[in-house]
Design a protein around this ligand. Sequence first.
Ligand code: PRX
Length: 640
Amino acid sequence: MSYPHQITSLDDYKSTYKKSIEDPEGFWASVADNFTWRKKWDSVLNWNFTEPKVEWFKGAKLNISENCLDRHLETRGDQPALLWEANDPEEHHRALTYKKLYEKVCQFAHVLKNNGVQKGDRVCIYMGMIPELPIAVLACARIGAIHSVIFGGFSAQSIADRLIDAQAEYIITCDGAFRGAKDIPLKSVIDDALIGIRFVKKVIVYTRTHTPVSMIKGRDVWWDDEIKKVETLGLHDFEPEEMDAEDPLFILYTSGSTGKPKGVVHTCGGYMVYTNYSFVNVFQYQPGDIHFCTADIGWITGHSYIVYGPLSAGASSLMFEGVPTFPDASRFWKIVDKFKVNILYTAPTALRSLMSYGDAPLQDSDLSSLKVLGTVGEPINEEAWHWYDQKVGKGKCPIVDTWWQTENGGILISNIAGITPARAGWATLPLPGIQPVLVDEKGIEIPYKEGETASGNLCIKFPWPGILRTTYGDHERCRQAYFSAYPGLYFTGDGALRDSEGFYRITGRVDDVLNVSGHRIGTAEVENAINMHAGVIESAVVGYPHDIKGQGIYAFVIYNGREDSDERNRKDILATVTRIIGAIAKPDKIQFVTGLPKTRSGKIMRRILRKIAEGEMKNLGDTSTLLDPGVVEEIKSGKL
Ligand code: PRX
């Protein structure tokens, strides 16, 4: 057995699950025993879901970067920790052994210190998918600074909002990033974000694309210059900061059903234990395996299953700078063969997009190294599941359908590769320590009875080590968003089915959150961005089924701008959304209307708009409570 807490059989899963529910503290303490702690905990768990307050391993001292790097040096020092494939297939790949990665993280930790970063400071990281991104992440963790990675697709305005919310005084970025045929000028976006922001003290810039950049004296410094200073002094080691288990490790912004994105806060001890545990179990990682997670580190999947989960387990983690269709749709398969990838973890939207190119891009690939396939981020349709199974896995690789969220830290419901049964479209069973429940609209729990099926809103009734602790700077918002709908429960925002064997199938969000190509976007956020456009009076945004993206964004807009063509106005609105949020939030469809269906109290009835967007014109339900039912007819007749 390679990892002491790795589940090895179905019976083992059943008994481990039982133990984890009967004695959660004993169970998680025994898992946590397999890490390097500077001091062990005083108590395993203190919690209530009312405030809410959750503390795991209180009083323990550790550093997560020590667990990801130092503790592997003796046993795995010369094995690859990070492998990297460039956007351009002609560019040489990189492989950083645990020793090399350790050295680079230590050096960059010195750079951060030299630039004034202290324990507890917030550091915003806005970089492309290059090894320097996880190096920056781990260096922050090493000195105890709180990193907040922002996905490279977000706009200057989104970055500014996040910088202000986190009061981040330090930024690490690149001149630019390569993504497919595009070259994204990251530093210039940061410059735009910083117009009017005075509190940022330092911007550290890594050279990747050699795009010309403007460097502000006293504020902006080059990564390479700063590393040289450290090298000249011969500084190769950096003693990790001793962190309390409950000290924040990072903030990651994610969309909710109201307002601006929330800064989800994860802490050092629990997050480490949970990402490691879920990684080695769900994927059944074996020493020497090459794990390829195709997510961007700007999202939680990249945090947990490119960086912290794999590295804390001494795994070899492959990261990819580019996109699945560049230079063509065979790219993933070429990468799998080139690195002899054993575990491939990707999103249904990528699979659907690749499927649309047919089988030809797969024909020259061997893919025989693959052992385990995984999906994440959105429900997977059966057609994509079977394609993944047959064409990629050749019918011999278990597919893990992993359901979880930014707020969860790691996978909560998923089959365990080759150990618990897989079923197309079903996330199946909870991991040990996870206690899902379904509740009806009134919040009454629908208890599981063998042989009975149920559907309802998905909640979790007991904490696990990776659960979010708060939303940065606004604990009440955390309570409101997750712990107020159903008192005593963590509400996920998802709906689910449960079958007679207790398997879960996630049916999608039941709140006003969209899932577009696996990216989480709040309808309110998109509406706010559209409403910023000078010609827009009001708008309402809903999701609709989209073949590739899973969900598309449909915007109903009341427009009173210049007399110009609808096409021109549409483009202006798209440009506005791109500027305010980023291209990922651009509506797929915009319908101009003269009114929106509202109740007498002024609330937009999205239910009706959703049906219209889905093309279900007949079955609109009760419209009698509308202020002006005539609006619905107009919208129906003008549907795109
Ligand atoms: O609706 C669920 C969907 O993605 C949401 C969480 O999004 P985010 O915080 O961005 O994290 C995505 C990656 C962990 C969930 O509320 N979701 C995630 N995984 C699945 C899923 N829906 C169905 N099946 C999944 N496997």
